[in-house]
Ligand binder design. Structure first.
Ligand SMILES: Cc1ncc(COP(=O)(O)O)c(C=O)c1O
Length: 415
């Protein structure tokens, strides 16, 4: 039998018996190990490691990372509030958002750090808080992501202030007497390590343009292999040349710049799995396909449909089966795009996976689903409720950290 990432098949079966399927399971040991290794990221003059909480925003996860010394990156006002409710202090939160949220003034007064992500945001911030310190998120002119949809740099991305608009930024910061204390860039998720390093150098060039900047936040984006043939970024390898570049900047200018990083994927991706049950097995004849239908789908897990993302799908047959077969794995939503096994990077094309012969009722584990899965699902499509989340604690005990949503909760705001 294939091995699972962090559970035994018996533990997976126990969790299914306790909480039903579909259910997300997060592994506390993996979370702690990932945070430990992130905190060893090479740096010359100090490191702040943040967790990009959009990857998975459950309070139990935030609390673990808080206890381990990580700070937080929020991408909306709601994420800031959610972090507060998990007990995270405002000073530990940095907001980089596509919009200045309603109620921003009170968030900033509580003590969050703010990175303006457009000229309009600088203007709005200046109106509200003239004379204050501000971070600036730039688009450094190049980006890299595992797909075009996760590339957040270069001319085709709307994230950050375009790097050639320095004069416009300066005139705004002068107009409102703002002190730029941090430069921020995040060029994409699943970035090519070499492009990430080039972007780091471009970001340091931006630091040179702002003499009062004390810190550079290089975002997240470190690649994590979920499938056996996918490579993961070696943090030490990607970080050492960047550390050297910080030292060169010091030698040239006498400025010791603090480093910030804020990954989500690196911390979460392989620390989560989605447990599902096979609900049906259908086929389209000799020239067609065999489809394995799960009791979950894009309402829990959107990445395959959205990006053609690849996730290991591990079938745990209820009893021993001698044969293996090829299956297209699909979700339960009434949508042909609800495909769990698309071709890599091609969400519209089917791919088959070889696995033990499947039967209705078998347990089926989708791995590598800790980041941007529960938090980024097409929630409530077909009125399926949000699935529960379980934390597999260090001592091996599963603890419910989010209940299954009820139908009443889905419709409660209808008037
Ligand atoms: C501003 C910012 N920082 C950090 C991240 C985390 O990226 P990743 O999960 O690829 O590490 C993101 C992801 O969208 C982001 O937008």
């Amino acid at each position: 039998m294939e091995t699972l990432n962090f559970m035994t098949p018996e533990q997976a079966e126990e969790i299914r018996n306790l909480f039903g399927t579909p259910v997300y399971v997060y592994d506390e040991r993996s979370l702690r190990a990932a945070a430990d290794s992130l905190l060893r990221f090479p740096h010359a003059y100090g490191l702040t490691a943040r967790y990009a909480m959009k990857a998975c925003s459950n309070a139990a996860i935030l609390k673990i990372f808080d206890e381990l010394g990580l700070l937080f990156d929020a991408s909306s006002g709601f994420e800031c509030e959610r972090a507060f409710r998990a007990g995270i202090e405002a000073e530990k939160i940095s907001l980089s958002s596509q919009e200045i949220p309603p109620g921003f003034a009170s968030l900033f007064e509580k003590g969050i750090h703010f990175n303006a992500c457009s000229l309009w945001q600088v203007e709005q911030f200046g109106e509200l808080f003239p004379g204050c310190e501000i971070g600036l998120r730039f688009n450094p002119g190049l980006g890299s992501g595992s797909t075009n949809r996760t590339n957040t740099g270069g001319p085709a991305a709307s994230f950050g202030i375009w790097h050639e608009q320095l004069d416009k930024v300066r005139s705004l910061t002068e107009k409102y007497e703002l002190t730029v204390n941090l430069i921020h860039t995040h060029i994409g998720s699943g970035s090519d390590p070499q492009v990430w390093q080039r972007a780091a150098n471009l970001s340091l060039d931006l630091v040179r343009q702002f003499p009062k900047v004390q810190a550079l936040n290089l975002g997240g984006g470190f690649k994590v292999g979920r499938m056996p043939d996918e490579a993961s970024t070696d943090l030490s390898e990607v970080g050492q040349p960047v550390k050297a570049a910080f030292i060169r900047l010091f030698e040239e200018t006498g400025r010791k710049i603090h480093l910030e990083i804020e990954p989500g994927t690196y911390l979460m991706a392989n620390a989560g799995s989605l447990l599902t049950t096979v609900g049906d097995v259908v086929d389209t004849g000799q020239k067609g396909y065999k489809f394995l239908k799960l009791d979950s789908g894009m309402n829990d897990l959107l990445r395959p449909s959205l990006y053609g993302a690849q996730h290991p799908v591990i079938l745990i047959p209820g009893r021993k089966r001698a044969c293996r077969d090829n299956y297209v794995v699909v979700g339960h939503c009434c949508e042909s795009g609800d495909l769990i096994t698309p071709q890599p990077g091609q969400p519209e094309l089917l791919a088959v996976r070889e696995m033990p012969e499947a039967a209705v009722g078998d347990l089926c584990v989708i791995e590598g689903t800790g980041a941007y899965c529960s938090s980024m699902a097409a929630s409530n499509y077909n009125s399926f409720p949000q699935s529960p989340e379980v934390l597999l604690m260090e001592n091996g005990t599963p603890r419910l950290i989010r209940k299954r949503q009820t139908l009443e909760q889905i419709i409660q705001n209808e008037v």
